[in-house]
Design a protein around this ligand. Structure first.
Ligand SMILES: [Zn+2]
Length: 205
């Protein structure tokens, strides 16, 4: 079973991806990890990717596709795989269709307004890494070590809202694409981790 998983940043997509792969014994292919591994291993494609990344540029789609093509051709992908982080838009989805058949496109649907609220209310301890939400720490102090909690730059409301806006613009056509292909499976991503997981397993059956 070849699966792709789609969901907004902060939707818990990564957590669900790990659970699915464990339950079905399939590899979790994250394009970010794949790039880092190829760079670390010094592969030809990794070297090419590195030149873009070192220049602060996005790695071109053709290069990511070439990496994916090689990866899904490996033995551990014979029984299927879960692709996470790619495709990010409909154009990439079309190219991906040219190299591998996708059986299920899982979409964790989220209320972007509520998701922005959830992410923007995150507080972390800069000293020990403890993380909580603003409502759970009304005094603004770390429960573990007493340090003042902070909002990570990535969690600042303006940054979060901008990230979600970009996500929504790319994802709507991507979801439509897989719907037209007849492989879209939508799950409510606003429930608890266990509930979302149970819904995913139900649609994968
Ligand atoms: Zn702390």
């Amino acid at each position: 079973m070849n699966i792709i998983i789609m969901g907004a940043p902060g939707s818990g997509k990564g957590t669900q991806a790990v659970k699915i792969c464990k339950a079905h014994g399939i590899p979790h292919i994250s394009t970010g990890d794949l790039l880092r591994k190829n760079i670390a291993d010094g592969t030809e494609l990794g070297k090419q990717a590195k030149t873009y990344m070192d220049a602060g540029k996005l790695v071109p789609d053709e290069l990511v596709i070439a990496l994916l093509k090689a990866r899904v051709g490996e033995d551990d992908c014979k029984a299927g795989f879960l692709l996470d982080g790619f495709p990010r838009n409909a154009a990439q989805a079309k190219v991906l269709d040219g190299i591998v058949d996708i059986d299920v496109a899982l979409y964790l649907e989220t209320d972007l307004k509520k998701l922005a609220d959830r992410v923007a209310s995150r507080r972390v301890c800069p000293k020990c890494g403890y993380s909580t939400s603003a409502s759970q720490a009304p005094d603004g102090k770390c429960r573990e070590c007493g340090e003042n909690l902070i909002i990570r730059d990535d969690d600042k409301r303006e940054v979060v809202e901008n990230r979600l806006k970009v996500y929504a613009e790319n994802t709507a056509p991507l979801v439509d694409y897989y719907k037209a292909e007849g492989v879209l499976k939508t799950v409510d991503g606003m429930n608890s981790i266990d509930e979302v997981n149970a819904d995913i397993e139900a649609v994968l059956k």
